[in-house]
Design a protein around this ligand. Structure first.
Ligand code: EPZ
Length: 417
């Protein structure tokens, strides 16, 4: 069990470097299965999720080494991952479906389970693979995909990030041309397309709703450094906005963060891009309205961290969560700290301006964990964040150390077995 002790903190100030994006690295690691040649990915963040994805690639038969941020993968002879608990616990394991189906003509995968924030179905992934000619069978929690893949026109009922990524990877080796309409446009998908192109894939329309992939016979090895993590950067930006800070997020790509930066600017924070990254100055003082949407709309992963900022502005903020069915679990814990929030279905009404008081709270999911650390920065006294399932380290590389480097009173207590 991990625990974090967060004290009421002074204005954050100074510079901190942004890690490479978890949500870019995970599909890129899965894409390494598409070639037998060596793949080297630089600056891979040391997270539970990236380590688990490395384990899943090994279970598929790939050789994987991870040293000082460089992950080397060589998928000489690969096959479906045998029964492995990781496949059920780690959602992103579904991303090996497309590459395995494309490379070996078949894949048998334990259906990844849901998680705290929602059911997380994979129907769009499977429907798209069927459109590419694969035979898809579901049998007691196991998905079996078989048959050669041929280019096709696919329409996604919802711009699913994971389904878009899986289908781009599958189409890269399919015979013929594939068009994916209503595709997701997240920067992590554009990054995956850049990586696949470096491997010799033929892709047009990355970052738009219409992506065209011309299948090729083989893909070759490549070396690549993925984009910075816009959600880690956004989380640290919220920490600065909470404490009236003056912070430089070096390496941050503000062009990937427009929706959040507009919200923080509306609330009164000065956000400035410069050659080193993103500078934030001042405190968020005005209430906000936020509706989570697919990119370039306001990101659902930033909903919990920004809600903490809203608790400290003066007035009523209104948040609408449209992406996941159960992504307000941080509200109960924030109310334990004294926040005045009312949830009505997918709507959260935040009556801001009330001082928070430190207490013991529990992390329920990855972004909720980050939100609770942020809340501790402004709560009077001490806040103890228990994280029994290790959510925070799934997606943040030493967040408490980065906060401390900016002057926060934040420490991780020794894990309790
Ligand atoms: C990715 O998840 C991210 N994870 C999530 O980040 C992020 O919140 C999400 O995209 C939305 O931006 C990674 O990239 C590893 P989706 P993904 O498929 O691909 C429904 C974090 O905190 N849906 O776009 O699973 C689904 O139920 C994580 O870093 C279907 O109905 O997201 C959800 O309601 C959390 N059928 C919505 O679409 C499907 O086949 C969005 O899902 C697929 C999805």
């Amino acid at each position: 069990m991990s625990q974090y002790l967060i004290g009421q903190s002074p204005r954050l100030s100074g510079e901190v470097s942004i890690s490479t994006s978890k949500n870019a690295v995970l599909p890129i690691l899965a894409a390494a299965l598409l070639t037998h040649e060596e793949i080297i990915i630089h600056q891979v963040p040391n997270l539970t999720d990236t380590c688990h994805m490395a384990e899943i690639l090994k279970v598929c038969g790939a050789e994987v080494s991870f040293c000082q941020g460089d992950m080397r993968i060589r998928a000489l002879s690969i096959g479906s991952p045998k029964e492995n608990s990781l496949l059920r616990t780690m959602r992103a394991s579904v991303l090996v479906l497309g590459p395995l189906a494309a490379r070996t003509g078949e894949c048998e995968l334990s259906m990844p389970g849901g998680c705290a924030i929602g059911q997380r179905p994979i129907d769009l992934h499977l429907k798209g693979l069927q459109k590419l000619g694969a035979k898809v069978e579901l049998d007691g929690g196991i998905a079996r995909v078989s048959g050669g893949l041929k280019g096709a026109n696919i329409y996604l009922d919802f711009p699913s990030v994971g389904a878009t990524e899986n289908l781009i990877m599958a189409a890269a080796l399919a015979k013929g041309v594939t068009r994916i309409e209503n595709a997701a446009k997240e920067p992590e998908i554009t990054d995956l397309c850049h990586f696949l192109t470096a491997m010799g894939a033929r892709i047009a329309g990355a970052g738009t709703n219409n992506i065209i992939i011309e299948g090729v016979e083989h893909l070759h090895g490549a070396e690549y450094t993925p984009i910075p993590d816009r959600i880690e950067a956004g989380t640290l930006a919220c920490a600065a906005a909470l404490t009236d800070g003056s912070v430089l997020l070096s390496g941050a790509r503000s062009d990937h963060m427009r929706a959040l930066l507009f919200k923080l600017s509306e609330a009164g924070v000065i956000c400035q891009e410069d050659e080193k990254g993103l500078r934030l100055r001042g405190k968020a003082r005005h209430p906000m309205e936020a509706r989570t949407l697919s990119y370039p709309g306001f990101p659902t992963d930033m909903q919990a961290p920004l809600m903490v900022v809203a608790t400290q502005t003066h007035g009523l903020s209104v948040f609408l969560e449209t992406i996941f069915e159960n992504r307000f679990m941080h509200v109960v814990e924030l109310k334990r700290l004294g926040a005045q929030i009312r949830v009505e279905g997918q709507l959260a009404l935040i009556h801001g301006g009330k001082m928070l008081t430190g207490a013991s709270v529990t992390a329920t999911d990855l972004r909720a964990a980050a939100a609770l650390l942020l809340a501790g920065l402004v709560a009077q006294g001490e806040t103890r964040v228990s994280d029994p399932d290790g959510h925070l380290v799934r997606g943040y590389e030493s967040l408490e150390e980065k906060l401390r480097a900016l002057g926060a009173h934040a420490q991780k207590l020794p894990d309790i077995q």
